[in-house]
Design a protein around this ligand. Structure first.
Ligand SMILES: [Mn+2]
Length: 296
């Protein structure tokens, strides 16, 4: 029985990437050992180590890359004898992944759409529902504001964060839950109220200025990070928002449009991401200690 292990990012894009990989293997093999793990930047290396020790026939890593360079060397060694596939789109890892033929990189699309294309190339047929799901994850994750699927993508992301991946795995592809108007309405109201409260309470005097003269807000929140930061950027004349996310111990940086490439700030402090969404894992460094040495 072939064994497949998947290590993927714990956000919507990572979850959908996993759904597509599972679909490919379960259609292809009637009997398969499939294990999927959802990770963040602080535990991805450990997860890769554990997965390698189990010697799966296939190892997929999607929407996230190992943090330490020696982990890439370990994967490269394994790729000589087993199937190793890494798919990422966070532009800060582009150069790191370049030397490896088993790594697929493309920063124009979400990981889910790259995974989708990867299997289509191998002759796989995805049900229209799954193709649609991959597109929604792309519209959300790549922050495609003008896309006609934008509202549906926002709803799906809300639902994903409300229910969590275990439950989403159980109900999908029972699409009924995704189109449950009552549930969506409640979630939307909750998010809107949360964001309105934030906007109302933020004061212009609290805008910080970094060493490059860029204005930013520093806030602490565990919820609705993307939409909250986006609304704040639109509401105030600032270049970016810095959000500390306590549950993940991450400093998240968000901007809108071309005003500020936050991935460059994140990179300077050992983090990574995209032009409009990047993050820094604080790890064992205490936030107060970090704040002192952090001058973006
Ligand atoms: Mn992604």
């Amino acid at each position: 029985m072939p064994s497949v292990r998947v290590i993927t990012h714990g956000d919507l894009d990572g979850w959908v990437s996993g759904v597509l990989i599972r679909d490919f293997f379960t259609v292809k093999h009637s009997d398969i050992q499939f294990k999927i793990e959802y990770v963040g930047y602080r535990n991805v290396d450990h997860a890769v180590d554990v997965a390698l020790s189990k010697s799966p026939d296939w190892l997929f890593i999607t929407d996230i890359s190992p943090v330490e360079n020696h982990m890439l060397d370990k994967l490269n060694d394994r790729a000589q004898t087993e199937h190793v596939v890494l798919i990422d789109h966070h532009k800060t890892v582009k150069e790191k992944l370049m030397p490896f033929s088993w790594a697929v990189f493309n920063d124009a699309f979400s990981a889910s759409l790259i995974v989708h294309a990867h299997f289509i190339e191998q002759g796989h047929y995805f049900l229209p529902e799954l193709t649609h799901l991959a597109k929604l994850a792309d519209v959300w994750d790549m922050w495609r504001l003008e896309d006609p699927l934008r509202n549906e993508a926002v709803s799906l992301n809300r639902l994903y964060h409300f229910l969590g991946y275990q439950y989403m795995d159980r109900i999908f592809p029972a699409r009924g839950a995704i189109s449950s108007d009552v549930l969506m309405k409640v979630l939307e109201q909750d998010e809107n109220r949360f964001i309105e409260r934030w906007i109302k309470n933020l004061k212009r005097e609290e805008i910080q200025v970094d060493t490059q003269g860029r204005g930013y807000f520093f806030i602490i929140s565990d919820q609705y990070i993307s939409t909250l930061a986006n609304e704040i950027c639109n509401e105030f004349d600032i270049d970016y928002v810095m959000v500390y996310i306590p549950s993940q111990d991450i400093l998240s940086l968000r901007s809108v449009g071309d005003r500020c490439d936050v991935s460059e700030i994140a990179k300077k402090y050992g983090g990574g991401g995209h032009k409009n969404a990047a993050g820094i894992q604080l790890g064992r460094r205490l936030f107060s200690e970090y704040n002192v040495c952090f001058h973006p």
